[in-house]
Design a protein around this ligand. Structure first.
Ligand SMILES: NC(=O)c1ccc[n+]([C@@H]2O[C@H](COP(=O)([O-])OP(=O)(O)OC[C@H]3O[C@@H](n4cnc5c(N)ncnc54)[C@H](OP(=O)(O)O)[C@@H]3O)[C@@H](O)[C@H]2O)c1
Length: 341
């Protein structure tokens, strides 16, 4: 992130009807007229740390350590919570073509016209692997929907193929692990065209990363994986660290699961450090050097989730939380990336 990001959004679009879905007291049309550029919120200024990204180009870049996840906020459901998050200065938003909300995010960003636009990560869906033409078309679709000239971070969503919902065959039907490599090579070509500022992967295991490394010049800038004290992923994180791959953790709050949020070790830790269980879980990931992207529809939770810097858990609590590792996965309904060839 830096000043160069201020030029990312060049086009201005008219506010569409769908923007009437934001609360009436916060009429976006008025906001735009009064404030061509919305720059601040009622929140105190907070500095969110950034982590340098190795993006395979000579242009230095970094990623904010906190962002807002938008999975499950389909179509216009994304606007009210994301608007709140952006006005509280969340510096990053995470989406994916499969979340079916890129267009609404683009509309909201255009309506807000923030002085510093957020860092955007989005993802190529697993079924869209294969020919450069298909991959390029999908990137173009995301660029158009988000209404930006370049994606800050473009991730391959899953190392394997998709599945036809009814017919039960894989998509693409001719998928092989080699297709993942070809897909990655096409994705890295977008660094040269300038349509992506960094490219990365998601849900890759060490085996998948090793394969990429053996066959490709550019290694991923980021691996977005599920990670929380019930799924510590130490070996994978250590591997990424060694290769300069930034780990972005998802499901840090276990999708809100009470078993994680009210686990005695987490609540005891929260009491000891004077924070909430959610803050402890997010801080645990941050202290391990990861980027976090919690999702929340609640303004109070969003505020809470931002207050995870400028204090520490310390080695002893970190070790206690690490010891909760039990291999629980919340994402992907029981699918395990380890099973992808
Ligand atoms: N790459 C991938 O394959 C992948 C997979 C899954 C997710 N992701 C990304 O990661 C993001 C985060 O994951 P997620 O949305 O699945 O789950 P999550 O962030 O772990 O959990 C979200 C849930 O936690 C609750 N919550 C948020 N803040 C809280 C707080 N302070 N106290 C108590 N509860 C709180 C939310 O409820 P309220 O709305 O009531 O606050 C919501 O139900 C996604 O949105 C998506 O961007 C990526």
């Amino acid at each position: 992130m830096g000043d160069d990001r201020k030029t990312t959004r060049t086009k201005k679009r008219k506010v569409t009807d769908t923007e009437t879905e934001v609360p009436p007291t916060e009429n976006p049309v008025k906001t735009r007229k009064k404030n061509a550029q919305v720059s601040s919120s009622t929140q105190p200024e907070r500095t969110i740390p950034t982590i340098p990204l190795t993006n395979g180009t000579s242009t230095p870049m970094s990623i904010p350590q906190l962002g807002f996840g938008t999975y499950r906020l389909k179509q216009s459901a994304v606007k009210p919570p994301l608007r709140l998050a952006l006005l509280q200065s969340y510096p990053l938003l995470d989406t994916a073509s499969v979340y079916n909300n890129e267009k609404q995010i683009g509309e909201l960003l255009c309506a807000l016209s923030l002085a510093t636009p957020p860092f955007i990560s989005t993802k190529l869906w697993r079924s869209h692997q294969g020919s450069p033409k298909i991959i390029t078309q999908n990137l173009q679709k995301s660029l158009r929907a988000l209404d930006v000239p370049a994606i800050d971070l473009y991730l391959l969503h899953w190392p394997g193929p998709g599945h036809h919902r009814f017919k039960k065959y894989q998509v693409p039907q001719d998928w092989t692990p080699q297709m993942r490599i070809e897909t990655w090579k096409t994705m890295t070509s977008f660094l040269k065209t300038g349509e992506c500022r960094a490219v990365g992967v998601s849900n890759f295991t060490i085996r998948h990363l090793e394969q990429l490394k053996a066959e490709c010049e550019i290694i991923p800038a980021v691996n977005q994986i599920e990670c929380h004290p019930f799924l510590v992923q130490k070996e994978l994180r250590d591997y990424c660290k060694k290769d300069g791959i930034v780990v972005m953790a998802y499901c840090s709050l276990g999708e809100g699961d009470k078993k994680l949020l009210t686990h005695p070790a987490i609540t005891n830790c929260a009491d000891a450090v004077g924070k909430t269980p959610a803050q402890v879980l997010l801080r645990w990931a941050v202290e391990h050097g990861m980027v976090v992207i919690p999702c929340s529809t609640s303004e109070a939770h969003q505020k809470e989730n931002m207050d995870i810097f400028e204090w520490e858990l310390g080695e002893e609590w970190m070790a206690k939380l690490d010891s909760l590792d039990c291999g629980v996965r919340y994402g992907w309904k029981g699918q395990d990336p380890e099973d992808v060839p």
